[in-house]
Design a protein around this ligand. Structure first.
Ligand SMILES: Cc1cc2nc3c(=O)[nH]c(=O)nc-3n(C[C@H](O)[C@H](O)[C@H](O)COP(=O)(O)OP(=O)(O)OC[C@H]3O[C@@H](n4cnc5c(N)ncnc54)[C@H](O)[C@@H]3O)c2cc1C
Length: 419
């Protein structure tokens, strides 16, 4: 029976493998490292004495591919969040706190209600969002919504930097619009925030691996693809260094790899070349909690940290588009960001609690207009090789939703019967 080799066990590879295995295909999943999950994983941290995620990940209920994937692997219940859409914020400079509360239905009347919108903004200002809808491929977010004022600082900037992991002055507006359309544009039911309270691996990764094993898929760690042997426009063999696999007629390959790795394996493949960093700092608190249980995250304005998440007795902050900070000492980053956490949670600013700083230098590709144009589609140069990854042209920013959707797109390209 024809076999599909899925190379790379990040969420794109897991999504492709799960879709194919559920459709009854024979799957081998090969991952270079000793763990699945790629940029979305948990691990036990010796210094903190507990499991942490490589970085905080926020989803919205409108991320329909991610939600379908979680249902398929039986992990939909692992995500937690408020019963209705609500985004709490704190301006660290003024101490002002507010909650952004989109309304039900597609007509956004929440912008007319001062108790639901951002304080210090007027309803008409929100119409600047329509310029994002109409933005051409060369426009940045700042080209559409400007780069100053309360609405910019308290709404567009936190939203765009989190979604695009790129500064607003360079981030591509055409990638922000699909996010708005698929979430805020559909009303509050599509923009309820969700987090993996028990951890990323337990939610997105381990249940997928269990499903694959139950369906008879082979899962191999420590298996790095080094070269693809091609002939007559098709891949004929996979070179894993210590082992070479000959591909039979009907076999296919999904490359669910980082862009630079895919480009080194597939001739003439143009991929996004620039990337941006994300920095996370995790602090072990002396006691649990600090934020309401149904809203365990907080947007921070005017500080160093951009988002704060609290899970049990671990408070974690995220800084996206963090290239200017990623080379600073972990100790300096921890001290700067703990000030923000302490102010937000009402903890004493000293002493600094035990911490871990996780720097992902290539967290996502730089989502600028020029780099977005370099995203390839699902098909590569070889007829039986398919591409997946958050960086391929899904029309979405490089997020979990894009990774999962790309894996599903590759699976459907291989087998049109994949649901
Ligand atoms: C800190 C951080 C915070 C984030 N926050 C959010 C968020 O809040 N919301 C959101 O939706 N998204 C977020 N993201 C983005 C999200 O994590 C990614 O979009 C997604 O995990 C990408 O999955 P992927 O499968 O495309 O790529 P990867 O996870 O990079 O997977 C590629 C896999 O290929 C493996 N590999 C590499 N080379 C080889 C080889 N030669 N042979 C075999 N295997 C190989 C790698 O080890 C890896 O496991 C965040 C990312 C980071 C880093």
């Amino acid at each position: 029976m024809a076999r599909t080799y899925v190379i790379g066990a990040g969420l794109a590879g897991l999504s492709a493998a799960v879709s194919l295995a559920r459709a009854g295909r024979v799957v081998t999943l090969c991952e270079a490292s000793g763990q699945a999950g790629g940029r979305c994983r948990s691990y036990f941290d010796d210094r903190l004495g507990c499991a942490i995620d490589n970085g905080n990940h926020l989803l919205l209920t409108g991320n329909r591919s991610a939600m379908r994937y979680l249902e398929a692997i039986g992990a939909a219940e692992e995500l937690v969040g408020p019963a209705s859409a609500c985004f709490p914020f704190l301006d660290l400079r003024t101490g002002e706190r507010w909650r952004l509360r989109p309304n039900a239905g597609p007509l956004p009347w929440w912008i007319l209600d001062p108790r639901r919108r951002v304080p210090g903004t007027r309803a008409l200002e929100y119409l600047s969002g329509l310029r994002i809808a109409r933005a051409g491929a060369d426009r940045t977010v700042a080209d559409c919504v400007g780069d100053h004022g309360s609405l910019f600082e308290r709404f567009w900037e936190p939203l765009a930097v989190a979604a695009l992991n790129s500064p607003v002055r360079t981030g591509a507006a055409c990638l922000l619009w699909p996010v708005l359309r698929e979430t805020f544009g559909k009303g509050e039911a599509a923009c309820r925030p969700r987090i993996a309270l028990t951890g990323l691996s337990g939610t997105f990764v381990d249940p997928a691996l269990e499903l694959l094993r139950r369906r008879g898929a082979a899962v191999r760690f420590g298996t790095r693809l080094r070269a693809i042997a091609g002939e007559g426009g098709a891949a004929r063999g996979l070179d894993f260094g210590t082992e070479a696999v000959a591909l039979k007629d009907g076999d296919s390959v999904v490359l669910a790899l980082p862009p630079q790795v895919a480009a080194s394996l597939v001739p003439d493949l143009a991929v996004p070349e620039e990337s941006h960093a994300i920095v996370n700092a995790h602090f072990r608190l002396s006691e649990r909690g600090g934020l309401p249980e149904d809203l365990p995250f907080l947007g921070l304005i005017g500080g160093t940290a951009q988002w704060l998440f609290v899970r049990g007795d671990v408070a974690s902050i995220t800084i996206s588009a963090a290239d200017g900070m990623v080379d600073e000492d972990a100790d300096v980053i921890a001290r700067k960001t703990w000030r923000d956490v302490a102010a937000a949670l009402g903890c004493p600013p000293r002493p600094l609690p035990p911490y871990r700083v996780v720097k992902e230098k290539r967290a996502t590709f730089a989502q600028t207009p020029a780099q977005v144009k370099r995203r390839p589609g699902t098909r590569g140069r070889f007829a039986n090789v398919y591409l997946a990854g958050d960086w391929i042209d899904t029309g979405l920013p490089a997020t979990i939703e894009s990774a999962v959707r790309s894996g599903h797109m590759a699976a459907r390209a291989i087998d049109g019967g994949v649901p």
